[in-house]
Ligand binder design. Structure first.
Ligand code: FES
Ligand SMILES: [Fe+2]
Length: 346
């Protein structure tokens, strides 16, 4: 389907991008990123305009990137600041620079028109910054599948009862209905399972008297961000009305997807919860998530292979549980069409 370009996409966890040059492929384009001496990040197209060597094969010199072939040196804004052996710098000696911001521990790159980039359009989860909530960085999960296949999975609470039985799911919610709502570019898919046994993850980390009321609210911010608000509380204590008792669990599982190209994606995941105060609990939580997301990866990659064999000759069966994914794809399609119309008008 293509990509929405006027959008911030994640390029990595800021804490893991400190030293040297970092090569990234995003939306089918190659970029080189680095952290400048003042702490800010820079992103340039990863191709020297001289003889096209990837700049990521060069090195950093005083906060600028020096090409590894003949030493042309580029600043964060893409301008050439040095050509060894000649004093004059032609205007064509420049590289495309991409706006970069940091939020929620991630480095974000604006892949569209630079003048449309603004911090206000960065995604933010307020709880990430608030007292009483604990952000826990996860991993960069590479998946050999189109980003919309990951998106399908992240608009889909139904699969959890079958795929994630050791962590996030149990049979209790197999037949519980799902509701879908669209609010602009946000697709919300919700399932409440009332008076059921806690899922394995909650048995490990929660303090429950017996059965629980459990919610899964999948917030998909098109084109490529999912925040899954899920948790559980003792049954009948008013969780659905917004009351959470001590020991109730609430987690925001965040998936920030970078489409690498049409056939590959990276899911930068992290979570924010209301209980993991110590490093051991945080690590144990991440183990559980890593286990679950590897299960999704295996499924999505296998589906991608089957879709490749079918080459569009058969359409997937559409069921009631697919409404969120269908709405998500329509939304992304609409966003891409709007961008193309804008470009055509110009
Ligand atoms: S290819 Fe980069 S300086 Fe020659
Ligand atoms: Fe999953």
């Amino acid at each position: 389907m293509g990509f929405v370009r006027n959008c911030w996409y994640p390029a990595g966890f800021a804490s893991r991008m400190g030293e040297g040059l970092h090569k990234r492929r995003m939306l089918g384009l190659d970029l080189v990123l680095w952290q400048q001496p003042d702490g800010r990040f820079a992103a340039l197209a990863d191709r020297c305009p001289h003889r096209f060597l990837p700049l990521s094969m060069g090195c950093l010199k005083n906060g600028n990137v020096q090409c590894g072939y003949h030493g042309l040196t580029f600043a964060a804004d893409g301008s050439c600041v040095r050509i060894p052996g000649q004093a004059s710098i032609p205007p064509s000696a420049r590289v495309r620079a991409y706006p970069v911001e940091v939020n929620m521990g991630l480095v974000w790159v604006w892949m569209g028109e630079p003048e449309l980039a603004s911090r206000e359009r960065l995604f933010d989860l307020p709880e990430y910054h608030e007292a009483g909530w604990h952000p826990v960085e996860g991993e960069a999960l590479e998946v050999e599948a189109n980003y919309l296949a990951l998106a399908d999975n992240l608009c889909d609470p139904a699969h959890v009862a079958f795929v994630h039985l050791s962590t996030l799911g149990n049979a209790a919610h197999e037949d519980v209905p799902i509701e879908t709502e669209v609010k602009g570019d946000l697709i919300v898919t919700t399932r409440w399972t009332i008076d059921a046994e806690p899922i394995p993850l909650f048995q490990k980390f929660g303090r429950f008297a017996g059965n629980i009321d459990r919610w899964q609210i999948y917030n998909y911010h098109a084109p490529s961000i999912a925040v899954i608000d899920f948790g559980g509380a003792d049954t009948g204590t008013g969780a659905r009305e917004g009351r959470l008792h001590d020991g109730a669990i609430r987690i925001f599982a965040c998936h920030f997807i970078c489409p690498v190209d049409e056939g590959r994606s990276i899911d930068y995941w992290l979570h924010v919860d209301n209980f993991a105060t110590d490093a051991v609990t945080k690590a144990r939580m991440n183990e559980q998530f890593a286990l679950a997301f590897d299960e999704d990866k295996a499924i999505l990659e296998a589906i991608e292979v089957e879709e490749g064999k079918l080459a569009g000759r058969q359409r997937p069966l559409r069921l009631g549980i697919d409404k969120g994914a269908v709405m998500m794809r329509k939304t992304v399609e609409r966003m891409i069409a709007a961008e193309r119309a804008l470009v055509a008008a110009e």
